[in-house]
Design a protein around this ligand. Structure first.
Ligand code: PEP
Ligand code: MN
Length: 270
């Protein structure tokens, strides 16, 4: 028997994943915020900053998947409560990562979009649990996943009954060490050929270097990305995680202005 491929393009039109009034897959969506939620002040000031710069949604990790167990692990529930407050005050929908399948139901009460990170792309119990719910899922590409493996991870969520999957290219591990990962921009048009799912790009984890984020964002928009995930905060020099790739307000504002211009141009050319 031929297996279904719910992710596949076949003759399906492009999917639109709605998050409040945002429509992933239709308009270009910018998600921005700190790597980790660290304090109420940091997050609220950052939420207003990214909103004023033109972001559509707020990101921030309350559960952090850190390489070392001694690194900052996130504020957990306290962080989610801060995100909730920022959403209430700014109106920005919130994207936050979930690490453990047992946390999916209750974290879903705080998040508008659940993020499943690169390290969890083949955590099948987590994918299945996210598939049972109705919260849209932002599914990062694993640092060593092929497009097929990534799409099969999406299939776990779709086949569980949750149609709200947004794919996010965040770089893969190669022999290059100058950049933190190698951002695979070709994944954007490739995914558009293979799948109807929205695809966005995360040039922050993709490069690990603040100076490379704007050019790679422009490249992503020109390649047909449905949006961006950017790490930015009011005082990046104080960030407890991913400091070298966190943009300060001025650079973030310029990035949004330029990327919207490239996107407009791309739309005109379609
Ligand atoms: C993040 O978005 O902060 C993160 C940990 O991303 P990734 O899973 O892509 O490393
Ligand atoms: Mn990060």
């Amino acid at each position: 028997m031929e297996q279904p491929q719910l992710f596949a393009r076949s003759d399906r039109p492009k999917s639109v994943v709605s998050v409040g009034s945002l429509r992933f897959g239709e308009s270009f969506i910018v998600i921005a915020g700190p790597c980790s939620v660290e304090s109420e002040r940091q997050l609220l000031d950052t939420a207003w900053m990214v909103k004023e710069a033109g972001a559509d949604a707020l990101r921030g990790g309350a559960f952090k998947p850190r390489t070392s167990p001694y690194s900052f692990q996130g504020l957990g529930l306290a962080g989610l409560k801060i995100l909730e407050k920022a959403r209430r005050e700014t109106g920005l929908p919130v994207v936050t990562e979930v690490l453990d399948p047992r946390d999916v139901p209750w974290v879903s009460e705080f998040a508008d979009v659940l993020q499943i990170g690169a390290r969890n792309i083949q955590n099948f119990s987590l994918l299945k649990e996210a598939g049972k719910g109705s919260r849209p899922v932002l599914l990062k590409r694993g640092m060593n996943s092929t497009l097929e493996e990534w799409l099969n991870s999406a299939e776990y969520i779709l086949s569980g009954g949750n149609p709200g999957v947004i794919l996010c290219e965040r770089g893969i591990r190669t022999f290059e060490v100058y950049t933190r990962n190698t951002l695979d921009i070709s994944a954007v048009p490739a995914i558009r050929e293979l799948s109807h799912l929205p695809i966005i790009v995360d040039p922050a984890h993709g490069t690990g270097r603040a100076s490379l984020i704007e050019p790679m964002s422009l490249a992503a928009a020109a390649a047909g990305s449905d949006g961006l995930l950017i790490e930015a905060q009011v005082h990046p020099e104080e960030a407890l995680s991913d400091r070298p790739q966190t943009l300060p307000p001025e650079l973030f504002r310029n990035l949004v202005r330029k990327v919207r211009a490239v996107r407009e141009c791309w739309e005109r050319l379609q």
